[in-house]
Design a protein around this ligand. Structure first.
Ligand code: UGA
Length: 438
């Protein structure tokens, strides 16, 4: 059955979710307070770089099945279900800042006059959904006829469309049969494709998402701590990770050592879980997360210090080439990017930093220059840093690049460059946790 659905918030999560719901055959209106973004999306274009998003946007806005507005009155009683896909950034304390969610429900509530299901997709501290339900009921003429459910999203930037259309699993946090039936209707297509579903209470649904991101961050910090062990003892962390990964109980994914995790999700979500754990008196969990964070932070300073060491102990007036600015390949997102932390650190130590990234466009800022090509970044460089593993960096030919730089030194912060290729071309290749010769 075709449903009428609204998606409130149209950034990475909301825009992709809205497109996914249209692809599942529903009528969808996306809502955002940013008129510029709404205009762009209505013209079938995406304001973010996300593989596969724009063709679907074009297709569904052209048929009229999907449109965007800034006007909540167009969705309030029109939609059978409202999805909340707003950002929950970190507040200064590390707790999740829920102001966007509160603002959205406060705008929506007075406009709702009939029984309505509001489904949260954002990552939130456990207990948030029930607070939102209370707020909606108190602020709306529909009162107790409003119900909240939680259906967390697990999409990865760079794979967002595929993850939405073919999710690994669906989580339905519900407290009524009615909510469950509506969610099953909405996701009828992935459900017919045997997607596993976890039906649970709302607190469990909220926790599942926080736990998933924390577990992923834990895997990364664990392998990075092992990289430091390999560094200290002369081992090779990439081979170690391969060997661990062959154990089906462990798996190879999220065991790539290097600069660690960044982006708009993992760092903020684990920080928020730590704060919530402390609030609830679960200190073992907040302490555990603090270690995961400390290892991750250390990777960034370790790499910057390594660069300073390779530049002769002082980077004043030295030129550093940085390859990559996005927090990972496949996205233009630079939120909490490990590459930019390293660049900032080196600039603060007096280096002249030139950055190249195939997709990320940096706001002009003091500290470094963004250049339009790899060659421009490398020209006259004292040290080259490979900090985001875009596939094109792996295919570089080190021979001609060696003619451009001042010193043929490259630090591979993602352990993805092919060592022998660089070494045979006369470069010194440094990778944390791997020996210098292969
Ligand atoms: C993450 C989760 O993977 C998604 O499941 C989740 O839905 C999303 O957060 C979210 O909460 O919205 P994302 O932030 O797009 O997705 O990025 P990831 O692919 O998880 O990568 C996170 C960071 O870990 C990146 O900086 C990446 O470079 C780093 N990473 C990843 C490693 O350092 N090593 C690895 O082995 C894997």
């Amino acid at each position: 059955m075709t449903l009428r659905l609204s998606v409130i918030g149209t950034n990475y999560l909301g825009a992709t979710h809205a497109v996914g719901l249209a692809e599942f055959g529903h009528h969808v209106i996306g809502v955002d307070i940013d008129p510029h973004r709404v205009k762009t999306l209505n013209s079938g274009q995406s304001h973010i770089f996300e593989i596969g998003l724009e063709p679907l946007l074009e297709r569904h806005t052209a048929t009229g099945r999907l449109r965007f507005t800034t006007d909540y009155s167009q969705i309030a009683d029109w939609a059978d279900v409202h999805f909340l896909a707003l950002g929950t950034p970190s507040a200064a304390s590390g707790a999740a800042d829920l102001s966007q969610l509160y603002a959205a429900v406060d705008t929506l509530a007075p406009l709702l006059t009939k029984a309505t299901l509001v489904v949260g997709k954002s990552t939130v501290p456990v207990g948030t959904a029930m607070q939102l339900e209370q707020r909606l009921r108190e602020g709306s003429p529909a009162g107790d006829a409003i119900e909240v459910a939680w259906n967390p999203e697990f999409l990865r930037e760079g794979h967002a469309v595929d993850d939405t259309l073919q999710p690994d699993r669906l989580v339905f946090g519900i407290h009524s049969q009615h909510a469950l039936e509506l969610l099953e209707e909405i996701y009828a297509i992935p459900l017919t494709e045997a997607t596993p579903v976890v039906r649970c209470d709302i607190a469990t649904a909220e926790l599942i998402k926080a736990a998933a991101n924390s577990f992923l961050a834990t895997k990364i910090s664990f392998i990075n701590a092992m990289a430091r062990m390999c560094q200290a003892a002369g081992g090779d962390v990439s081979l170690l990770a391969d060997a661990l990964g062959y154990d089906k109980r462990i798996g190879r994914e999220f065991l790539s050592a290097g600069l660690g995790f960044g982006g708009g999700c993992l760092p903020k979500d684990i920080a928020a879980l730590a704060v919530r754990a402390r609030e609830l008196g679960v200190y073992e969990l907040s302490d555990f997360i603090a270690s995961v964070e400390a290892i991750n932070d250390r990777q960034r300073t370790e790499l910057a210090e390594l660069a300073i060491g390779q530049a002769g102990g002082d980077v004043h007036g030295k030129r550093i080439a940085v390859l990559g600015a996005a927090f990972k390949p496949g996205t233009d997102d630079t939120r909490n990017s490990p590459a930019l932390t390293v660049a900032d650190y080196l600039h603060a130590c007096g280096a002249e930093v030139r950055i190249y990234d195939p997709q990320a466009h940096l706001q002009p800022r003091e500290g470094f220059t963004q250049v339009a090509s790899i060659e421009q970044a490398m020209l006259g460089a004292d040290v080259v840093l490979h900090l985001t593993e875009w596939p094109e960096f792996r295919q570089l030919d080190p021979q001609p690049l060696g003619e451009l730089v001042k010193s043929k030194i490259i630090i591979d912060g993602r352990l993805k460059l092919h060592g022998p290729t660089w070494i045979n071309a006369g470069w010194k290749l440094v990778q944390i946790g791997r020996p210098e010769t292969f």
